[in-house]
Structure formats: C-alpha cells, structure tokens
Design a protein around this ligand. Sequence first.
Ligand SMILES: O=C(CO)[C@@H](O)[C@H](O)COP(=O)(O)O
Ligand SMILES: [Fe+2]
Length: 239
Amino acid sequence: MTFNLINRVRMSVPPISAMIGPSILNSDLSDLAGSSQKLLDQGADYLHLDVMDGHFVPNLTFGHPVVQCLRQKIPRAFFDMHMMVAEPEKWVGDMKKAGADQYTFHIEATQAPLELCRQIKESGMRVGIGIKPGTSVHTVDDLIEEADMVLIMTVEPGFGGQSFMAEMMEKVSYLRTNHPGLDIEVDGGVGPKTIDQCAQAGANMIVSGTAVVKAENPQEVMNSLRKTVHQEIVARYSA
Ligand SMILES: O=C(CO)[C@@H](O)[C@H](O)COP(=O)(O)O
Ligand SMILES: [Fe+2]
C-alpha cells in the first residue's frame, strides 16, 4: 500500500474514482476528431482508442500515425490505448511520441510482460495490462506492482457490439478485493443494462462503445454509468 493510499483510506477518500471512457470503434471513423470531441463535450472522462493489427485479433483499425493526428486536434484529453496487437513491445515509443497517455497491452501477446511494463513506465505512460476472457486473472498476480491498471475483457477482443460476459465479474471482484487502489477497467458490452454488475464487482474505469455512441443521448448514458459506479465506490470505501 502506498503512503498516498494509506492516507486516502484514513481520510475516507476513495483511492479510485469512477471514469467513463467511450470506445470510438463504432463511431464515424472518417471524422475521428469530430466524434471524439463530441464525446468529450458530452462528458467523457477519457477516450478509449482500440488499436487492432489483424494478427492478435481478426480485425484492423489504426495505429500511431492516426493517434498523432488526433492528438493535434485534441490536445488535452487522456488517451487510453487498447493495444490489441501482436508484439506490443514494438509500438511503445511511437505511441508515446504520438501522444498516448496509457498503454494497455495484452498479457497473451508477450513473452516478457515485466520488461514491457517497465518499458512503458520508462517511456512516461501509464501501464495497463489486458486479459482476454479465456485467460486466468492470476497471470497478472506477479505484475500488479508494475501496473497502473488491469483491463478485464468482457467480450472476445476484436469487435464492438458483442454481448457482455457476466462470468468475467469474478476476475474483477478478485482484483478489487486484493488491490483496493488499483484501476480496474472493463471493456465489451458494457452499458446501462450491465453496469450494475461491473460496479458491484469493483470496476472503476468503464469502457462503453455501442451503448454510448449509438445512444439517442450519449451524455445521459455516460452520466448514468458514472453515477452507478461512483455510488458503489462511495459505499465500498466508507463501509
Ligand atoms: O476492445 C474492444 C473490442 O475488442 C472494445 O473497446 C469495444 O469496441 C467496445 O465496444 P462495445 O462492446 O461497448 O460496443
Ligand atoms: Fe477496447
């Protein structure tokens, strides 16, 4: 437990906060900057940017050149890079230069996760470790000290618009019980119908694609997701 966390617990200030990061995967990618800015104006806490390489997942999106252009148009938002790529070691420097703030690699994509965590940290980005649905949460047990965030996938990575896998909540609960100050992100099929389960299990960084982007009122959806997670955090840490 860090000094900061001990103090926050003593002062009853929760060590984590509720944050909503819309995934722009299902938005109008021909106007990535416009779609992103709109979501930020509607209250997004950060942007979740899905990078897919056609190898680690059977789909293709974009890489660091697009992120660099987006950063020029959106100078201040927090860019959470979800790197669904083989050889995640390759892109750390380029993503940092392009303006990324957090680099989440998949544990399944590397033979040397500890070294990769350190490479990301040394580059100046926050470290995220992603876990696919079929991967045990215990694969990150020895890496938590190096990680700022763990991403529990609630669908098979590769596509937006899939159904939420409720059985992944066990992984979230395990992490939250053992690591009260860790940022835990959920991604895939998360929206108004599934947010209660995510919040109760202990997730605090909420990625939501279709449910936000395709909503009639994205602002209302993001506010309601955040409120649910916030209330659960307050209840958990004041108990
Ligand atoms: O990483 C992924 C998919 O691989 C996600 O970020 C999805 O793009 C989220 O979209 P929804 O499941 O919320 O529609
Ligand atoms: Fe994602």
